[in-house]
Design a protein around this ligand. Structure first.
Ligand code: SF4
Length: 502
C-alpha cells in the first residue's frame, strides 16, 4: 500500500436513524469507496443512532493513528458537542491508550462542496443553460442550534462570487425565511434547480421538501426515491422545476472526506507519511478463535470454503447450498443484515431477526472480518478486548448522566426501574442477542429482570455451544434504553409534581 495513511484508520461518523435505512446509506457508500482505494489501513463507520456507536467503534480498528471525519453538513451542536463527548475527544488531537486520534472538520463546510453543488446542478438539469437557471440550495433552517444556515449561505456566496454563470443563486429553508415554499416568488429564471443541502435522502429531502415545493400534496405517501427524482423537470407555475437528491448522496463526497483529512494535516502541521503498520490484532484474534473452533457470531455461521470463507444463517447450516441465494463479497453482508424477513429495517443489528435463505462467499480473512463487521458492528473487537481485559464498559448511570438536549432527564429512573427497563427492552429471544457487560454504576451491577442478560450464556442462540461462539457484548446501553429511561423519568417527575401539588 503506497499511501501516507497506510498505517492509519479512518472513522467516518454519520447521524444514522432508528427508522430510516437510507439515513446511513451514503456514509457507508463513501466508506466503501475510500476502502476500495486502499488509502487507509482500515475504514469504518459509526453512528449516533445506529451501530456501531461512537463508543464501540474504537474496538473496530487496531491502528494507532486514527482520523475521524464527521459526515455532517455543518459545525454546531453535533460536531462541537455530541461527537467530541461520545468519542471522548480532548480537541483536534487526542492521545489515548497509545493512540493518536485526529478530529477533522465536518464535510459540509469544506470549500470543495461548491464543486459538488455545481456538478449536482448540472446532472439534475443536463443541457439546461445556467444563464437561464435559478439555483436554490435548501437547508432545514434552524431552531436546532445548528450552523447549517451559515454553511449554506457560504456556498451561495461562493457560487455567486465564483462567476459560475447561473441567473441567480439563493438559499432557502424549510423552517425559517427565506422559505423554500416561496420558491416561485424568490426566483425569476425559466428553470429552477433545487438541491437539498443534506447528508442523506431522509424524510426532509425525500418527503418534506417535495411537499413544500408543491411537487407532492402531502408527506407520508409511499414515495420511492425514483418516483420523486425521476420526474424532472416538473412544469409548475410556467417554470421548469428540477429537484435533486440530497447533496450528501453525491459519490464525490468521498473526495471531500479525504480533503478534510488532508486539510486537517495541513492545518495542524501533521506530516502524514507511511509508517510500519501495527500488528493486525483483530485478524490475529479471529484466526486464533477460529482455530479453537469458534465458527458462530450471533446468527451467522462462518466456515473456511476453498481459499476463502462461506457465511450463512446458523439455522440454514444443514440446507443444501444451491437452495440458498448466493452472494459474493463483504458489502453484501450489509444488505443482508439491513432488513428482516418482513422487510422491516433492523436498526439493532444484534436483534435476533437476521433473515435466512442466503449464502455469502468472501475471498479471504480480511473480507471475512469486514463481513462480520457489517453483520455485527464492532462485535469482534469488543469480544477480543473483553477476553484481553481491556474492554471498558460504560455504566448505565454514566451513560444516562451525560445525555443532553431532550434526553437530559433520562437519569431520573430508580435502580429498580433500570433493571426492569433492561429486562423488558433487551430480551434475547425477541429483541437483542447481546450479553450486557456494563453495570448500573461503577460499583453496582444491574439487578432485577436485567440479570438474565448478564450471565455467560446470555445472548447465545438457543442450543448453541458457548465454545463455538464469538460473544456479542453490550458495553454501553443503546438508544432504545435511553429513550425508555427518558420516558420513565418524565413519568417519575410528573408523579412527584402531582404529589407535591396535592
Ligand atoms: S442495551 Fe439491550 S437492546 Fe440495546 S444493544 Fe444492549 S443488550 Fe441490546
Amino acid at each position: 500500500m503506497n499511501s501516507p495513511y497506510s498505517h492509519a484508520a479512518l472513522i467516518i461518523v454519520g447521524h444514522g436513524s432508528t427508522l430510516n435505512p437510507d439515513s446511513s446509506a451514503p456514509t457507508h457508500r463513501h466508506a466503501d469507496e475510500i476502502r476500495r482505494r486502499g488509502i487507509f489501513r482500515e475504514v469504518v463507520c459509526c453512528f449516533w443512532k445506529e451501530e456501531p456507536t461512537m463508543r464501540e467503534v474504537f474496538e473496530s480498528v487496531d491502528s494507532d493513528v486514527i482520523y475521524i471525519v464527521p459526515n455532517f453538513i455543518s459545525e454546531g451542536y453535533f460536531c462541537q458537542q455530541v461527537l467530541p463527548r461520545e468519542l471522548r475527544l480532548d480537541g483536534p488531537v487526542t492521545q489515548r491508550d497509545g493512540k493518536t486520534i485526529h478530529y477533522c472538520d465536518p464535510v459540509g463546510i469544506h470549500p470543495n462542496m461548491t464543486r459538488l453543488l455545481l456538478q449536482r446542478a448540472d446532472e439534475v438539469a443536463p443541457g439546461v443553460p445556467r444563464a437561464e437557471t435559478s439555483l436554490i440550495i435548501v437547508g432545514h433552517g434552524t431552531n436546532l442550534n445548528d450552523n447549517s444556515t451559515k454553511a449554506i449561505q457560504e456556498q451561495v456566496r461562493l457560487i455567486r462570487d465564483g462567476g459560475y454563470g447561473f441567473a441567480e443563486v439563493v438559499d432557502a429553508y424549510m423552517e425559517e425565511a427565506p422559505l423554500v415554499s416561496d420558491w416561485v416568488t424568490m426566483t425569476t429564471a425559466a428553470n429552477v434547480v433545487v438541491v437539498p443541502f443534506f447528508i442523506a435522502d431522509g424524510l426532509h429531502s425525500f418527503q418534506d421538501i417535495p411537499v413544500l415545493l408543491g411537487m407532492e400534496k402531502e408527506p407520508g405517501k409511499a414515495l420511492s426515491e425514483m418516483e420523486v427524482f425521476r420526474q424532472n423537470p416538473i412544469l409548475m407555475h410556467g417554470r421548469n422545476l428540477f429537484y435533486s437528491s440530497a447533496i450528501g448522496t453525491e459519490p464525490l463526497m468521498a473526495e471531500v472526506i479525504l480533503d478534510q483529512v488532508h486539510d486537517f494535516d495541513a492545518k495542524h502541521g501533521v506530516q502524514a507519511s507511511a509508517m510500519a503498520a501495527p500488528r493486525p490484532l483483530l485478524k490475529e484474534g479471529l484466526l486464533r478463535w477460529m482455530a479453537e473452533g469458534r465458527d458462530v457470531m450471533g446468527q451467522v455461521l462462518f466456515v473456511p470454503e476453498g481459499p476463502g470463507y462461506l457465511l450463512r444463517h446458523v439455522a440454514d447450516a444443514d440446507l443444501p447450498l444451491d437452495g440458498l441465494t448466493q452472494h459474493v463479497g463483504a458489502p453484501a453482508a450489509r444488505e443482508i443484515a439491513r432488513c428482516d424477513e418482513t422487510g422491516a429495517f433492523r436498526p439493532i443489528k444484534t436483534a435476533a431477526t437476521l433473515r435466512r435463505g442466503w449464502a455469502l462467499q468472501v475471498a479471504d480473512v480480511e473480507e471475512l472480518l469486514l463481513a462480520l463487521e457489517f453483520f455485527y458492528p464492532a462485535a469482534l473487537g469488543m469480544a477480543l478486548a473483553q477476553a484481553a481485559g481491556t474492554l471498558v464498559p460504560v455504566p448505565l448511570r454514566s451513560l444516562l448522566g451525560r445525555q443532553t438536549g431532550m434526553y437530559r432527564f433520562a437519569n431520573g429512573i430508580t435502580d429498580a426501574q433500570a433493571g426492569e427497563i433492561i429486562g423488558s427492552t433487551c430480551q434475547v429471544e425477541a429483541k437483542c442477542l447481546r450479553r450486557i457487560v456494563f453495570g448500573l454504576d461503577s460499583a453496582q451491577p444491574l439487578g432485577g429482570p436485567a440479570v438474565v442478560k448478564l450471565g455467560a450464556d446470555a445472548g447465545l442462540v438457543p442450543g448453541m455451544a458457548a465454545g463455538r461462539c464469538v460473544p456479542l457484548l453490550c458495553m454501553e446501553a443503546c438508544n432504545h434504553i435511553v429513550s425508555v429511561a427518558r420516558k420513565v423519568s418524565r413519568e417519575n417527575n410528573d408523579a412527584k409534581a402531582k404529589q407535591t401539588a396535592s
